[in-house]
Design a protein around this ligand. Structure first.
Ligand code: ADP
Ligand code: MG
Length: 540
């Protein structure tokens, strides 16, 4: 008798072969269809409701993909590339998903006809390589030393990034603000040095940029109102200490014989607290911030001595203050020298909308700034924050690497033409593959048209003709349902966004094409009950 060979655990699902690749491609297509309509200035937004009922409105590809909660293992790749695009360049997250989907769609017939995956993958890689090379060749680089020109370039890129968002009406206002914000940073352009705060109320145009650290006034006790709210060149103490009389812990037990002893215990508590407060006062600090609570006694003490305090400051804000104003976050007040105290040129507490803000400006150490977003609905402000994040990322990228290309499908059409031209010079299967990728690139202008309600076939025909005549930057003109030179129209995007999107999309395509077998382990306890032992307890 032949012994039975069991390779995989019972209940394991395994599917393989060509049909497996096709089914993975189909799954990806379904994902792409979800985000397809959000592309471009006329794209629609999505409202996503999570399990707990939290609603998010967004146009940002990465946000949508994150919230989609995809379970299909292959389709998850698309979520990953959207996330990586978001982390790497910040914008182009919808484009990257749509491109990957279209690459796969164009490769599907080849898979169906039995072309080997490895050949297809080689073709896709080659096409991507050619495309990236070509983008680098034709990208426009402004003169670096010209300050005004650079600024204009950055503003244009920021405006294009925000052009497709909810806030596109105010994109000029915001692009100036975003460029100002990024210009305030130091050379490394650290993203976390731009704080973004949201205050409900007011109009979107009331959004303001503070050249320094700002955070919402924290919870305060009586006595706070007597504290001064404005200083010039104050010393700032940053603490991780509780300045409060401690309530007795549940598990503490003190046995006392008489009233005097009780009084001593109480006195000791006060002495400890007053000792800390006195040290802070003597150090010359005018502003005391703590991550932990500052109680009413301390608040009153500081008020009597013309000092300002704020307890329960969020850690992130405290850290930013430390980086900006210098000093260190202290866990003891034993050694309060000038070296551990921060300082800034100006501190004040200001009313913004319904909230009061603590604002530190003229910070000597790191260059930092805070954007305070105003607006109506919470969801609207959240989307504004995401859009600003996109724009800030783009400006940072463009500042580091200032080559730009024209958006609105112009660069994609030019790439498409370039690849098609090259494919004709190649003999062999790669010819078909490269020209298929060329066709796939047209999806961006087509989708831009579809989303705006234009006749996409008509516009694409016009674009193909213009590009064949050598009009390199012809793209979709969203305002006039026509084609236009998008370089002149100032629809500019950093070339890096496009390069990254192309590479990521092609990587995802290759990955999905190279998977020809999925093996799914059954979850413990979920597989079919072990046979032959009815009623036996299932193992975990
Ligand atoms: P992504 O998440 O990929 O950035 P968007 O919804 O921001 O998606 O859309 C970006 C696309 O819209 C890009 O292809 C860009 O070139 C195009 N686009 C942006 N502004 C304009 C405009 N004013 N005219 C035409 N196309 C534009
Ligand atoms: Mg965008």
């Amino acid at each position: 008798m032949q012994p039975q060979i069991i390779l995989l655990k019972e209940g394991t699902e395994a599917s393989q072969g060509r049909s497996q690749i096709i089914s993975n491609i189909n799954a990806c297509q379904a994902i792409v269809d979800c985000v397809r309509t959000t592309l471009g200035p006329r794209g629609m937004d999505k409202l996503m409701v999570e399990a707990q009922g939290k609603a998010t409105i967004s146009n940002d590809g990465a946000t949508i993909m994150k919230l989609l909660d995809v379970v299909h293992p292959a389709a998850k790749t698309l979520v990953d590339i959207a996330k990586s695009q978001d982390a790497e360049v910040g914008d182009g997250t919808t484009s990257v998903v749509i491109l990957a989907g279209e690459f796969l769609k164009q490769m599907k017939p080849f898979v169906e006809e039995g072309v080997h995956s490895q050949i297809i993958i080689r073709g896709v890689r080659k096409a991507t390589q050619l495309a990236v090379q070509f983008i680098n060749e034709i990208a426009v680089k402004p003169k670096k030393d010209d300050e005004a020109e650079l600024r204009q370039l950055l503003e244009k890129c920021a405006a294009t990034a925000m052009g497709s968002k909810l806030i596109n009406q105010q994109k000029d206002f915001f692009s100036r603000m975003v460029v100002d914000a990024v210009m305030m940073l130091d050379e490394l352009l650290p993203l976390n040095m731009i704080g973004i705060k949201k205050v409900p109320g007011g109009a979107l145009e009331d959004t303001l940029l503070v050249a320094g650290v700002a955070f919402k006034k924290t919870f305060s006790y009586a006595g706070f109102e007597m504290q001064p709210k404005q200083y010039t060149n104050p010393k700032i103490a940053l603490l991780n200490i509780e300045l409060e009389l401690k309530a007795e812990r549940d598990n503490a037990e003190i046995r006392l014989e008489n009233v005097e002893e009780y009084q001593k215990v109480v006195d000791a508590e006060w002495t400890i607290l007053y000792d800390k407060l006195e040290k802070l006062h003597l150090s010359g600090a005018k502003v005391v911030l703590s991550k932990l609570p500052i109680g009413d006694v301390a608040t009153q003490y500081f008020a009597d001595r013309d000092m300002f305090c704020a307890g329960r400051v969020p850690e992130e804000d405290l850290k930013r203050t430390m980086k900006a104003c210098g000093g260190s976050i202290l866990t003891t007040v034993a050694d309060l020298g000038d070296s551990v105290l921060g300082t800034c040129e100006h501190f004040e507490e200001r009313q913004i909308g319904g909230d009061r803000f603590n604002i530190f400006t003229g910070c000597p150490q790191a260059k930092t700034c805070t954007i305070i977003i105003r607006g109506g609905a919470e969801q609207f402000m959240e989307e504004t924050e995401r859009s600003l994040h996109d724009a800030i990322m783009i400006v940072r990228r463009a500042k580091k690497n200032d080559a730009v290309v024209a958006g609105g499908g112009a660069i994609e059409m030019e790439l498409s033409k370039h690849l098609r031209d090259i494919s004709r010079t190649i003999a062999g299967k790669e010819q078909m593959l490269i020209s298929a990728i060329a066709r796939a690139l047209e999806v961006i202008p087509r989708q831009l048209c579809d989303n705006a309600g234009f006749d996409s076939t008509n516009i694409l025909n016009k674009l193909r003709q213009k590009h064949a005549q050598g009009n390199r930057w012809m793209g979709v003109d969203i305002l006039n349902e026509d084609v236009a030179d998008n370089m002149e129209k100032c629809v500019w995007e950093p070339s890096l966004v496009k390069i990254n999107a192309l590479s990521a999309a092609s990587e995802a395509t290759c990955l999905i094409l190279s998977v020809d077998e999925t093996i799914k382990n059954p979850k413990s306890g979920e597989g079919p009950a072990p046979q032959g032992r009815p009623g036996a307890r299932r193992p975990f």
